[in-house]
Design a protein around this ligand. Structure first.
Ligand SMILES: *Cc1c(COP(=O)(O)O)cnc(C)c1O
Length: 404
């Protein structure tokens, strides 16, 4: 085993060796600009780009002309929201989203609010799900866009995208979904799900960083977007700039692999995730699952450990590369906004750990991780007077200082 053990596949993934091999020639021999129309170098590059476009389109049930390449899902999300807002503002200035979207959605919404748009942040339930009914109820004649993520990057909860899509279709409101975490984990089809815009990114599915796509519906209805970037009219005018050919080729390959491996890989990873959760539950009490018990990504486990201190917990797990529910990097030490919105208290949010499994996770690693977590939590609890009192049956509500 190599240490630290990588269990942060929601943050990013390593490039699959097969993806890398496919990319390499496009840095050197096949270096042409895909927009060069007058010679072989350009044609070869363009052919490679178009192949990748088809691979990606095919995977989500789209037409290749509906795939726009961008620099990341952050850009895809910005383009979807800003592009629709700018293009359709005559029709209305109301957008519906959820408060637990990725920051690239939320920060864009905050910017649009400053520009005079009104944004509804729908309440999510205690699992982090958006009810299709709440989407319907929030709609007004001014609503131009609904943006709801397919699966959450922290707690792994999956939304009923098809149901939400149906509501949007009924009202002829455009529907965008950030499907970054869902791609390769659950089946996605823009037709059957009624999706008009969909964001995906390569580096979360074993492709390279810095390349992503936005699906933009071309028929029923034809979606038009005001670009964020001008200069040359690439990508049907929606995203100018010389294409990142090696990145695009890598993304195409990554999608091809995801499609090929999904039926075998997803159950394998899910078994490992379930094994980790079982081992934690068998050996520890006062542990809480965050997110939906079944409508969740197969590779996600998000758990709060009561009666330990968040920072000590992370410090004790240096051999595991995981994420915690408190943003230790920021000076403020704010707990996760996602956990806050699903009603997890501040204490439990600070002691939550996100385990993100992936293609290269082994059973040996999972068994080590489980043992490590159990061991450190037990050790920290031995130092916790609160935990001692709970074990002795003291009702903490009667202890005045316990709240602090
Ligand atoms: C990682 C992530 C993004 C951002 O993607 P980048 O390609 O890194 O810009 C957006 N949404 C979700 C849900 C993510 O997990």
């Amino acid at each position: 085993m190599k240490f630290p053990i990588y269990l942060d596949y929601h943050a990013t993934t390593p490039v699959d060796p097969e993806v890398l091999q496919t990319m390499i020639p496009y840095f050197t021999e096949i270096f042409g600009n895909a927009a060069s129309r007058n010679h072989e170098f350009g044609w070869t590059a363009e052919a490679a780009v178009e192949k990748a476009r088809q691979q990606i389109a095919h995977f989500i049930g789209a037409h290749e002309k509906e795939i726009i390449f961008t620099s990341g899902a952050t850009e895809s999300n910005n383009l979807a929201l800003m592009g629709v807002a700018e293009m359709y503002q005559e029709k209305g200035k109301h957008i519906i989203t959820s408060p637990i979207e990725h920051k690239s959605i939320l920060d864009t919404c905050h910017f649009l609010e400053k520009k005079g748009f009104s944004i509804t942040y729908l309440k999510v339930d205690s699992y982090g799900q958006v009810s299709p009914e709440s989407v319907r109820n929030a709609m007004t004649p001014q609503t131009i866009l609904v943006s709801i993520m397919a699966a959450n990057n922290e707690i792994g909860t999956i939304n009923s995208i098809g149901e939400i899509g149906k509501v949007c279709k009924e009202r002829s409101v455009l529907f965008h979904t950030d499907a970054v975490q869902a791609v390769g984990k659950i089946p996605l089809n823009v037709e059957s799900m009624g999706v008009d815009l969909l964001s995906l990114t390569a580096h979360k599915i074993y492709g390279p960083k810095g390349i992503a796509a936005l699906y933009v519906r071309r028929r029923n209805p034809r979606v038009r977007l005001t670009p964020l970037i001008y200069g040359g009219g690439h990508e049907r005018g929606m995203r100018s700039g010389t294409l990142n050919v090696p990145g695009i080729v890598g993304m195409g390959k990554a999608v091809e692999l995801a499609q090929k491996e999904m039926s075998e890989e997803v159950p394998r990873i899910q078994r490992l995730r379930d094994r980790l959760w079982e081992k934690i539950q068998e050996n520890l009490d006062e542990v809480y699952l965050n997110g939906h018990p079944t409508d969740r990504l197969p590779n996600n486990l998000n758990v709060s450990f009561a009666y330990v201190e968040g920072e000590s917990l992370m410090m004790g797990m240096k051999e595991l590369a995981v994420s915690s529910g408190s943003a230790c990097t920021s000076a403020s030490l704010e707990p996760s906004y996602v956990l806050k919105h699903i009603g997890v208290g501040e204490d439990l949010a600070h002691t939550s750990i996100r385990f993100g499994l992936g293609r290269f996770t082994t059973q040996e690693e999972i068994d080590f991780a489980a043992e490590k977590v159990v061991c450190i939590v037990k050790k920290l609890r031995e130092l916790s007077p609160l935990y001692e009192m709970v074990k002795e049956g003291v009702d903490l509500k009667t202890v005045s200082w316990a709240a602090h």
